[in-house]
Design a binder for this molecule. Sequence first.
Ligand code: PLP
Length: 407
Amino acid sequence: MPVFGEATAFETLVKLDADHGMQTYSRQPVAFVRGEGSVLWDSEGVRYLDFLSGLAVTSLGHAHPAVAAALAEQAHTLLHVSNLYYNDLQPRLAARLDALLGGGGRVFFANSGAEANECAIKLARRHGQANGGAQRHEIVAAYGSFHGRTLASLAATGQPQKHEAFQPLPPGFRHVPFGDLDALTGALDGRACAVLLEAVQGEGGVQPAPEGYLMGVRALCDEREALLIVDEVQTGLGRTGRWFGFEHSGVRPDVVTLAKALGNGVPIGACWASDDVAPALRVGDHAATFGGQPLAASAALAVLDVMEAADVPALAAAAGERLTVALEALPGVAAVRGLGLLLAAELEAGLDAVAIALRCLEAGLVVNAVTSTALRLAPSLLVTDDEIDEAAAILATVLLSMLEEVR
Ligand SMILES: *Cc1c(COP(=O)(O)O)cnc(C)c1O
């Protein structure tokens, strides 16, 4: 309990941020200081159930003991040597990821999703150049997509309103409606080197690719000699109930990007490409000082150990079913969409998702408004049935009170 007249720890943090932080975020009024599994505690000691996982990042929950132990040991052993040298973890991690992706490929390590996509974009341009000349450099992406905030990944992102303030953006990106094969057929001409898509558009509102779409895209890419890049930054590593989101449609991409869940909170990104494609990036073409450094790689290796031992795709599929059923039964929920534990609850007309997410926070449940009318739920893949039931109960209370107010 703060002494009267004394700022709370939270108020002090808000003041420091307001005075010294670049004001690029519209933050929710809470500062988290500790976590364990699906539970978070704030600066005032209040407990929350985390059903967002830091935007689908902490897929194994907070402070997972195996990840924490690997990090602590690595911190006492070796943090960083640069990519001028080998380290003893990065090649092992590359082999593990390649095996998860079915083998026959190679991995470049970055530090974030946007950086993983930068690697994919540069690789696709290099590959296009070698297979059709300099004019073959365009990347076709989808409206509603999200690929990151660096200039090139922003240019790839199919949200024109995010582009305007930063023109001129790097050229060579075109957008077509997500799920529309005819539009893609029209756009994939001799200038296109690749198609870049998410298996489920995450930031775009949790919109799974329509049935048969990725299969059609794959066939079109083969016909027109364009690469298929699947951005699995949000969907990858078990989140959708399969190891990778593209597995739901039975396609094999040429390039796959990963990040969010790979380090369970430690920043690391990866760009995987098949052996036919990966050699297009030559020595000196691309680099990252921190990419695949021992600390991040140790976290990712521990994450993959836990994920494989627990079979997290199966857990996510089962928990996703339970959560979907619970959400569908809630007052004010019009529809539930998504795959596995990447779900959105579309609210009935008149309900404001931003206001409801804030009410949930006040009631001890962390979710976010992925659109103005839909809540995103992306709990830990190790979430328990009791936690799902508790989250649904909090949501039911919040939704009932909101419905009473708007009626
Ligand atoms: C979050 C996200 C990114 C960007 O990742 P950062 O680590 O923020 O750069 C890229 N693609 C998808 C699909 C994402 O969800």
